[in-house]
Design a protein around this ligand. Structure first.
Ligand code: NAI
Length: 300
């Protein structure tokens, strides 16, 4: 074993019956964590349910000598989220690590995006984040320790045709995390986000076959394991990860311009538009106060 050792830690992985979540759960267990393998067991669009995916992953972890328990709750309900955390506390005594990973897709262009494609996607990704994270956060707060890793997407960070619902839910996760990082700081709760790209049933008909071949889920999990460990001291960050590529994305703010009262006209703004839109010398602001201070100092 290397330096990252999760012996004695208790981890929850949502949507751990397949794809990325399955690999996270198996590898967390290999590093010594006791794992709650949550999965509703439905189809890619969120319909249906079944216990086999979670059970199979638990059996795989146990066969390799690890400790795991299955949970089949829906992350998108308050009761489901509470049950997932209760499974961890009842079985293993606490929650140290939460990997918010469960996800579905209902892709439609905005023109065709009816409520049936909007509501379930927001429910699983965004309400699901709230439903599971809140009870887990309460346990971590009481213990004075926690590591939370949530899953956003390049579709939310950058945009992707046909995914307004998914993009909104996924960037909502970043907004949630921007505030959670502040509320968790005092309790050593570090909470970060990954934006993965990997070959799973979610991407099998979205990414080109050549690209899929290079995008095994195994390339995504190592950064999750690092973020899940006590060695990780960063919080509130977003990491892009795929096929050995690892980078950070952040909302950056340009120096902007300051308009005197008599300059604050549409014509003057048009004249200075290149200065407004330029991202040269932009900075990362870690919270709302940082932003207010940056604005005040620009105003002089
Ligand atoms: P996947 O479909 O292989 O796995 C998702 C798992 O979540 C499934 O086993 C499913 O049963 C479970 N699940 C769905 N709804 C649930 C619910 N309400 N409650 C509990 N479990 C539920 O998909 P994949 O690709 O492994 O996705 C994992 C996460 O990564 C998702 O959040 C996805 O949006 C995100 N992601 C994946 C990318 C990729 O390239 N595969 C790209 C960007 C983000």
């Amino acid at each position: 074993m290397g330096n990252i050792d999760l012996t004695g830690r208790v981890a929850i992985v949502t949507g751990a019956g397949a794809g990325l979540g399955k690999n996270h759960a198996v590898e967390l267990a290999k590093l010594g964590a006791k794992v709650v393998v949550n999965d509703l067991g439905g189809s890619r669009d969120g319909t249906g349910a079944g216990q086999t995916p979670a059970d199979d992953v638990v059996n795989e972890i146990k066969a390799a000598g690890g400790e795991a328990v299955a949970n089949y709750d829906n992350v998108a309900t308050v009761e489901g989220g509470e049950n997932i955390v209760k499974t961890a506390v009842d079985t293993f005594g606490k929650v140290d690590i939460l990997v918010n990973n469960a996800g579905i897709l209902r892709d439609k262009s905005l023109a065709k995006l009816d409520e049936n494609a909007w509501d379930p996607v927001i429910a699983v990704h965004l309400k699901g984040l709230y439903c599971v994270t809140r009870p887990a956060f309460l346990n971590m707060k009481a213990n004075g320790y926690g590591r939370i890793i949530s899953t956003t997407s390049a579709a939310g960070l950058f945009g992707n045709f046909g995914q307004c619902n998914y993009s909104a839910a996924k960037l909502g996760i970043v907004g949630f995390n921007n505030t959670m990082k502040l509320e968790g700081a005092k309790y050593d709760i570090k909470t970060n986000i990954i934006a993965p790209v990997a070959a799973t049933r979610l991407t099998e008909d979205i990414l080109p076959p050549d690209m899929l071949k290079k995008m095994d889920v195994k390339y995504v999990t190592p950064v999750v394991l690092y973020l899940a460990s006590d060695q990780c001291q960063d919080t509130g960050m977003v990491f892009n990860v795929a096929a050995g590529y690892l980078s950070r994305s952040a909302v950056m703010t340009s120096p902007g311009i300051v308009l005197k009262d008599d300059e604050n006209t549409p014509d003057k703004i048009a004249e200075k538009w290149n200065e407004v839109t330029s991202m040269d010398n932009s900075v990362y602001l870690k919270d709302l106060n940082d932003f207010l201070m940056a604005m005040a100092s620009a105003q002089g």
